[in-house]
Design a binder for this molecule. Sequence first.
Ligand SMILES: [Zn+2]
Length: 311
Amino acid sequence: MPPELQQPFFLAATTLVGLMVGSFLNVAIHRLPLEGQSVGNPRRSRCPKCGHALSWYENIPVLSWILLRARCSGCKTPISMRYPLVELLTAGLWYLAASRLPLEDWDLIAVHILVLSGLIVATFVDFDCFEIPDEISKGGMWLAPVLSLAVPSLHNSTLIAQRMSSNWEPGLPVDRLGALFGCLAGMAVGGGILIAVGWIGSKLYGRDAMGFGDVKLLAAGGGFIGPGGALAAMMLGSVVASVAGLGNMLRFYFLSRSRTKKRGVQKSRAASVRLARIVGRYIPFGPYLGIGIGIVLLAWNDVRQLIQWSH
Ligand SMILES: [Zn+2]
């Protein structure tokens, strides 16, 4: 293949595989929270309503959803738009991961792609069940040190990894031992800050503000993005979560107002505000942590300049 075609071919292939893996992630999102089912069992996907087994042409990412007009061919139950969206999101993130690094860094690209895919699953399961599956969080905590040893360049811009590498100089890659230190420090800081935030929250509000699933998720993420990255991911995640929380409260406020109007019940604005504040507050934190980790993973250098930690 002519060298000028290698990059476009690689990007196209990565995006296409990402689209197919997105289809597989949909299965994982659906099945991981369920008892007795695994990603490979049962082998064929079925309509949850009528049990109709999907044939190959009903299983093509995005395309099948459009061709079936978003309905099961057996019972006409609507198929959620989320299936093609997860497929497109996966393909898009795989494309981004592959396009931000040179082809020679294929091993680093592969790790980024793996982490991003895990974050997609964690995000949507958390939205559905307010729970992050251990397969992702604990699995990530096991994988992070292993992959840091295998692909030390994961921690090339982690300060501790640079310090702990022998004979490291600016511009040089870190060595395996340095990368392992960067990974372990990242896991400790990632898990540690959320435990601290949760402890402070419970002292302030007298309730558990932080789920342990979030602690494990940021510990795992920190193993891939280092301690500074984990801190930045938590801050980014908190900002996005605050905006989402505010949006959610507004949604409940307007829902309550429109219901009041429809039923003719007299409910004061203050009561609607109170309701929105109580109900709207409950949003999962995992998805926003996931967004933070993903941003740092793909754009650490940009993020660092943004928060002026560059030296
Ligand atoms: Zn059906």
